[in-house]
Write a protein that binds this ligand. Structure first.
Ligand SMILES: C[S@@+](CC[C@H](N)C(=O)[O-])C[C@H]1O[C@@H](n2cnc3c(N)ncnc32)[C@H](O)[C@@H]1O
Ligand SMILES: [Zn+2]
Length: 407
């Protein structure tokens, strides 16, 4: 029986997202000063900006379900209002069970109401537990889940160990990280502490952030003789997100460990390269200009998007009605193209600034790189960025030509 009226002891409203209707805090009521971040001020966390993150999760999990071709179970142990887990049950075909949980009593009260409101009591179970406690209870065979969605405040790292234990073989781990200050190198020590890798404040720091999170997942999994394959990742708004498929086996874990390494960067000439071993960190002299180089890592040097998985997600997006369909189509098309391209990207504005030249268009730069026999694709990480196999000096020379031919 669906209850029509729900009394929260705080200002609330009903919103529609995807195929569900949920009661959430009325954010306007919790923004007392312009600097207030209303989602965190509300008694139960809710951020409408994360609709895109949830839409993409629905598409990725549906793509995964089609890939494994059986009924799946999903756990969302940091659920808040329940909006995410409820959408998974309501919108993804082939979901037999969703477990949502939160440590906050108020969140759980609201999540229970929202499950009821959407008539999903049969398939969605609501728990009131600390995430690591819940996940530890699901660490044994036959209790494990197919998919785990970790969407915390800040870093997902405190939950990764128990998350990996609670995933069945070939299961999918999706994790959001909003602690971009450590991951992008503003608080480097915190990043080393949490993610086990050194960040670097470069123009491609968001890609480094994704690789640090992917590397951390791979390292945590490897300790349990589990390997990882990154199916998808993205950097959007104030967060990054990684989708990692796990696979049981010491050999798989060894293969993941071998995929770890370092990115070396020259802040003088923008040259960058990768190294698999800490013994190959020849940072003393940049091979292009002779300056001392800096480095990031250890981090994941393998692929951060899987072309086929991107295609599956694109297909799902074409068959789904979301407010964000067009935005998602653009994002997936970009990631699909950059899946096979080299690690790290150049930002045209940064190079123009360095050379004190006007900024050419991305299209002009892509064309001149192609005309000169280089591979070059845009990147979803930065609308002014491009990935290429051209060296930093070749990119700078071609930018000069592109600018002069525009004049
Ligand atoms: C960013 S919010 C989750 C947002 C939600 N996934 C969504 O899409 O709207 C993080 C949630 O984690 C909960 N939380 C924090 N620490 C927790 C813990 N140790 N165990 C379980 N829940 C926790 C908070 O109460 C909060 O509701
Ligand atoms: Zn250099």
């Amino acid at each position: 029986m669906v209850k029509e009226v729900f009394e929260t002891n705080f200002p609330s409203e009903t919103v529609q997202e995807g195929k569900v209707k949920v009661v959430v805090p009325k954010l306007k009521a919790f923004k007392k000063q312009p600097s207030d971040y209303a989602p965190s001020k509300a008694p139960v966390f809710y951020n409408p900006v994360m609709e895109l993150n949830r839409d993409i999760a629905v598409l990725a999990f549906q793509a995964y379900q089609r890939m494994v071709n059986r009924d799946i179970s999903i756990c969302e142990p940091l659920t808040s209002s329940g909006i995410r887990g409820i959408r998974f049950a309501a919108e993804i075909h082939g979901v037999k069970k969703v477990v949502i949980s939160d440590i906050s009593e108020r969140a759980i009260k609201l999540a229970k109401h929202n499950v009821n409101l959407n008539g999903l009591n049969e398939r969605v179970t609501v728990q009131h537990k600390d995430a690591n406690c819940l996940l530890s209870c699901h660490g044994a065979p036959r209790k494990r889940f197919d998919i785990m969605d970790i969407d915390p405040f800040g870093s997902p790292v405190p939950y990764l160990d128990s998350t990996v234990r609670a995933l069945r073989n070939k299961g999918l781990l999706a994790a959001t990280a909003t602690d971009l200050a450590p991951l992008c190198g503003v608080h480097a020590k915190a990043c080393v502490r949490k993610y086990g890798g050194k960040p670097l404040r470069t123009e491609y720091c968001h890609e480094i952030a994704v690789r640090l999170l992917a590397g951390c997942i791979a390292t945590v999994a490897a300790k349990q003789d589990i390997g990882v394959h990154i199916l998808f990742s993205h950097s959007t708004d104030h967060y990054i997100r990684v989708y990692a498929q796990i696979a049981y086996g010491a050999k798989k874990a060894d293969a993941s460990t071998k995929t770890m390494g370092y990115v070396l960067h020259c802040f003088n000439c923008l040259h960058r390269e990768t190294a698999r071993s800490p013994f190959n960190l020849h940072i003393e002299k940049c091979p292009e200009c002779g300056s001392k180089m800096d480095w990031a890592g250890p981090l994941w040097l393998g692929k951060i998007f899987d072309t086929q998985f991107c295609e599956l997600m694109a297909q799902e997006n074409r068959h789904t009605a979301f407010r964000n369909n067009r935005k998602i189509a653009t994002l997936i098309a970009l990631t699909k193209d950059e899946a096979e391209a080299p690690a790290t990207y150049y930002v045209i504005d940064k190079i123009s600034n360095k050379l004190s030249l006007p900024v050419p268009s991305v299209a002009a730069m892509l064309k001149i790189l192609h005309d000169n026999g280089f591979e070059a694709v845009p990147t979803h990480f930065n609308s002014r960025g491009l990935r290429t196999n051209a060296s930093a000096s070749a990119v700078q020379n071609l930018l000069k030509i592109a600018v002069s031919s525009q004049e």
